[in-house]
Design a protein around this ligand. Structure first.
Ligand SMILES: Nc1nc(=O)[nH]c2c1ncn2[C@H]1C[C@H](O)[C@@H](COP(=O)(O)OP(=O)(O)O)O1
Length: 241
């Protein structure tokens, strides 16, 4: 049994446990015992700005109360009423007599200097919500018309570098639907790749072995999750080696 007493005059905390009293003095901001502070931003100064991104010098107070500097990258394109910069689309193509396939895109990405394998994705336009952006981007990049079946909260992408955020939208595509039989994409340099869901990781590994392509982290983590879901769903704890 434990009881806690906070003495407001001495600012000390006493913990009574098993018949003993342990008194902890007030923590100070000096010496070894630093008080914890709610970390917060002090100011943001733009060091360089382009049309699409800017580099900022962020002055902030860390949890120990120290004022520090961080170099941050931000997009210039975030819309006013949205918290996410863009959307990623996990689109499952469902067709009679075919395995369910994940619709992927491969394209040259200038920051990488090579191609990347990604879920279809894009920035949210003005006045658009994440679901509408997902269906528009899926149509533009792959030609498929889908139906939203789920959405993540706003998720960060590389928080040590950037405030860049995305919402992942789960979409089902009825591949038997007439408008999805011969999909025509609107983007010339985006290659659409269909990968069977039950061999997703295997097919990605094969593709990466064949050519110099970098796979998006979200994609590969999804692939590893699928392996767990398909092949190790109900292992008994006693049988683990
Ligand atoms: N960081 C960027 N630098 C650029 O020079 N141009 C960029 C950046 N981010 C986006 N864009 C341009 C490229 C496209 O023309 C449009 C729309 O991009 P998005 O909706 O993200 O679609 P994809 O990049 O094709 O996935 O913005």
């Amino acid at each position: 049994m434990q009881n806690f007493y906070f003495d407001t005059s001495s600012q000390s905390l006493t913990v009574h446990t098993n018949g003993w009293d342990f008194t902890y003095p007030k923590m100070s901001n000096s010496g070894d015992h630093k008080a914890t502070t709610t970390p917060h931003i002090v100011k943001e100064e733009i060091l360089a700005a382009g049309k699409w991104v800017k580099l900022e010098k962020t002055t902030y107070v860390d949890p120990a109360g120290n004022t520090r500097i961080w170099e941050s990258v931000k997009r210039t394109t975030r819309q006013r009423d949205t918290e996410a910069d863009g959307v990623g689309i996990i689109a499952l193509l469902k067709r009679t007599l075919h395995k369910d396939c994940v619709v992927m895109v491969k394209q040259f990405r200038p920051p990488l200097g090579c191609c990347s394998l990604e879920f279809p994705a894009g920035l949210i336009d003005e006045g658009e919500n994440a679901e509408a952006a997902a269906l528009r981007e899926l149509k533009e990049e792959t030609g498929y018309k889908g139906e939203v079946v789920g959405i993540t909260p706003v998720t960060c992408l590389d928080p040590g570098l950037s405030n860049c955020t995305t919402q992942m939208v789960m979409v089902n595509i009825n591949g038997d639907d007439m408008e999805n039989i011969n999909p025509t994409q609107q983007l010339e340099f985006v290659e659409v790749i269909l990968l069977p869901l039950d061999e997703f990781q295997l097919k990605i590994d094969e593709l990466l072995r064949k050519e110099k392509t970098v796979v998006d982290a979200k994609v590969y983590i999804f692939a590893m999750g699928m392996v767990q879901a398909f092949f190790k769903p109900r292992e008994l704890p006693v049988l683990k080696q």
